[in-house]
Ligand binder design. Structure first.
Ligand SMILES: [Zn+2]
Length: 283
């Protein structure tokens, strides 16, 4: 019995070959607000016409939009996706944005994910969003294209909180959405992309399968499942920049090299925590 188990275990070389046999290179795009009024353009608001042009670019260039769960399934089974693909994600849960976006997604039959902040549901402009309020629960339940996942209760920078408060944020958010929608919530996006080892451990222990940060670049098999890359598309993203981001994830070789170095460094325990502390101090 013992020798059978031994024989079944693949060699280090076989594991290396298996690990590098396929590539996964999926830009996971993150948006915040998509207002109809182009005058509202700012770092967090991409006007609807720009968003529509971006979706038309994807359709016209045979780039598939895949659900987050398909990306996650590919990552977990270590198999590539069938086509060049991107994932669309929206953070926070702005009411008008969700309505605007779903109309465009309907047109193209595209799926997307909404990382929802539960503690501000139904409130009017709780996140300083030029007057745009957050969805009410009945609107959350009525979403067609946006599949809801979790984004904390009060949208704090989690790395600045103590463990009990982090635990509360990640668990209560999950339970609240699960109770409201009657299904499991498996994925979490860190507010402000901010996390450290303690936060990451709390998210994992709360029962989430994966978590999404804000490190620039496409998500790959090299990513840690609790610190996936996501590409932030701010309101000043031109169609040319969008095209380059979805084609390769990066705008230059230098940016790509910097991201590769960063990914490797962040695998060393404690290195990301130092970077996060510095970032949090600047806020
Ligand atoms: Zn957010």
């Amino acid at each position: 019995m013992k020798s059978e188990q031994w024989a079944a275990k693949p060699s280090r070389t076989a594991r290396f070959v298996e690990r590098h046999r396929y590539r996964l290179n999926v830009p996971i795009l993150v948006y915040h607000r998509v207002p109809k009024d182009a005058a509202q353009r700012d770092d967090w608001a991409l006007p609807l016409d720009d968003f529509r042009a971006q979706m038309a670019y994807l359709a016209g260039n045979a780039i598939a939009v895949c659900p987050l769960d398909d990306f996650w399934g590919a990552y977990r089974s270590h198999r590539p996706l069938a086509r060049k693909s991107v994932v669309l994600t929206f953070d926070d849960g702005y009411a008008a944005t969700c309505e605007n976006v779903e109309a465009v997604l309907d047109q193209y039959d595209y799926p997307a994910t909404l990382f929802l902040t539960t503690g501000v549901i139904g409130q009017r402009d709780p996140l300083n969003a030029q007057g745009e309020g957050v969805l009410m629960w009945e609107q959350v339940r009525a979403l067609r294209r946006l599949r809801v996942e979790a984004h904390s209760v009060t949208h704090p920078r989690l790395s600045l909180l103590g463990v009990p408060a982090v635990r509360q944020e990640v668990r209560v958010c999950k339970e609240t959405i699960e109770d409201a929608l009657g299904r499991a919530i498996n994925h979490f996006a860190y507010p402000y992309g901010g996390y450290n080892r303690a936060v990451r451990a709390e998210v994992r222990d709360a029962g989430y399968e994966s978590a999404y940060a804000a490190h620039l670049g496409p998500a790959t098999f090299q990513d840690d499942p609790f610190q996936f890359h996501r590409i932030l598309l701010d309101g000043h993203t031109t169609l040319d920049v969008f095209a380059r981001r979805v084609q390769s994830g990066f705008l230059s070789r230098r940016e790509a090299t910097a991201a590769r170095v960063r990914t490797r460094l962040f695998r060393v325990p404690g290195v990301h925590d130092v970077a996060e502390r510095r970032k949090a101090r600047r806020i």
